[in-house]
Write a protein that binds this ligand. Structure first.
Ligand code: ATP
Ligand code: MG
Length: 204
């Protein structure tokens, strides 16, 4: 490492001052406050866990959150146990019957998705709730278990100030179009490909 002389220090200071001015001007331009429609999609890992990260962040501000899991069945997950610590500040509904290839029953999958969507709408209407996570709703839409137009219309018509996060691969273009924030998570590398099985605390 080279020594930092007075010249280098002064150059750094003026560069950072210029950067701060640009940054401050950019921040000052952004004045809109609104509840966001957020979509976490793509083939990589991290869609659901990122949504739960936002739930945790909201809870940290003393607010309430709702979670509906559209596909996952009743198996034990670390996140469900962890969020239970927050008591009635988290409304958690695991509504799925498991993966579609496990149930192998279209009527049952459709009925489960419809029940989950009813629950989701009830949470979205609850004025105490600041953020609703609709986990794997994209999967229910992809398989046509729910009416896409009706779901998108209800999400767009959510009450002002409510944040909604939708997760799952293959987000429908109509939902992407309607969303404020869409994160497409890529699968640069996944340990499943190397034969590593689902790990406690990482996958469940
Ligand atoms: P997480 O719940 O860990 O945030 P996710 O919501 O992004 O993952 P899903 O599409 O819901 O991922 O898939 C659920 C499971 O599949 C996760 O346990 C995850 O590790 C695994 N998975 C995710 N991406 C891949 C991939 N590209 N290849 C293999 N398995 C994957
Ligand atoms: Mg997921």
């Amino acid at each position: 490492m080279t020594e930092i002389d007075d010249d280098a220090r002064a150059r750094h200071r003026s560069k950072m001052a210029r950067r701060k001015a640009v940054q401050d001007a950019e921040v000052a331009e952004k004045t809109i406050e609104k509840g966001l429609l957020i979509v976490n999609t793509g083939p990589g890992k991290g869609k659901t866990t990122a949504a739960f990260g936002l739930a945790l962040r909201m809870l940290g501000h003393g607010r309430r959150v709702g979670v509906v899991q559209f596909i996952k069945g009743a198996w034990h997950t670390g996140e469900k146990e962890a969020f239970a610590v927050f008591g009635d500040r988290v409304a958690w509904h695991t509504m799925g019957e498991g993966f579609t290839w496990e149930t192998q029953d279209l009527e049952r999958d459709r009925a489960a998705a419809a029940r989950a969507w009813d629950r989701a709408q009830a949470l979205m209407a609850d004025p105490r709730i600041a953020l609703v996570v609709l986990d794997e709703l994209n999967i229910a839409l992809r398989y046509g278990y729910l009416d896409l137009d009706a779901v998108v219309a209800a999400l767009v018509a959510r009450r002002p100030g409510l944040h909604v996060v939708v997760t799952g691969r293959n987000a429908k273009p109509a939902l992407v179009e309607a969303a404020d924030l869409v994160s497409e998570i890529g699968a640069a590398k996944h340990h499943f490909a190397a034969g590593v099985k689902a790990q406690q605390g990482i996958e469940f």
